[in-house]
Design a protein around this ligand. Structure first.
Ligand code: BEZ
Length: 191
């Protein structure tokens, strides 16, 4: 969406168990997405009526409102364009044998660049804490010449980008730690 971070995610089918747990979690995390300026959009091949009755169930189960739009794509137009249809799992199909969508996630930045693509099988619910962590990392590296190491969490040390010379690093990140010429740590610039 114009000027904001966006998560576009697909799910296989309304009124299915794993999808329901995912929607309950996304509805629960609404404040976390809002804090980061992220707009969320879901998509499946179900129609609008199905989405509307399913979100009533989610409200009952989770105690949270689904406040984000869910695209109804019954003719699979968008799912086909974004390559979201399940090409692997013969059980992830509708009554006519046509594929449902997989669990894709696209993180799109305010300049409309896709910065992350994830594709999970129908059988495995996604980890939205991880998706928030990636957004924290992307928003940090857009503002500072750093990258984030394995298992990084906000507030932990970050890596100085290889394009930064040692001299620049000394000015921008005084007291940084040089483990190797190519591996230099500094504190999270936001903490
Ligand atoms: C589920 O959400 O539980 C699900 C959906 C489609 C296929 C398998 C599982």
């Amino acid at each position: 969406m114009n000027g904001s971070w966006t998560i576009l995610f697909s799910h296989p089918d309304d009124f299915t168990p794993v999808c329901t747990t995912e929607f309950c979690e996304i509805a629960r995390c609404a404040d976390e997405f809002r804090k980061r300026g992220v707009k969320v959009i879901g998509l499946s091949i179900n129609d609008v009526d199905s989405h509307q009755s399913w979100i009533e169930d989610i409200r009952d189960i989770a105690g949270h409102e689904v406040t984000f739009p869910i695209v109804a794509d019954p003719d699979r137009k968008i799912a086909t364009l974004y390559d979201m249809l399940d090409a692997l799992d013969p059980t992830n199909v509708d009554a006519l044998g046509k594929p449902f969508t997989v669990r894709d996630v696209f993180v799109i930045d305010p300049n409309k660049l896709i910065r992350l693509k994830l594709s999970y099988p129908a059988s495995t619910g996604r980890n939205f804490t991880e998706i928030l962590r990636v957004i924290d990392s992307l928003q940090l590296v857009d503002r500072h010449p750093v990258t984030t190491p394995v298992n990084w969490e906000p507030g932990q040390n970050v890596i100085i980008h290889p394009s930064v010379t040692d001299e620049q690093a000394g000015e921008q990140f005084p007291g940084y730690t040089k483990v190797r010429p190519y591996l230099r740590y500094t504190h999270d610039p936001r903490s």
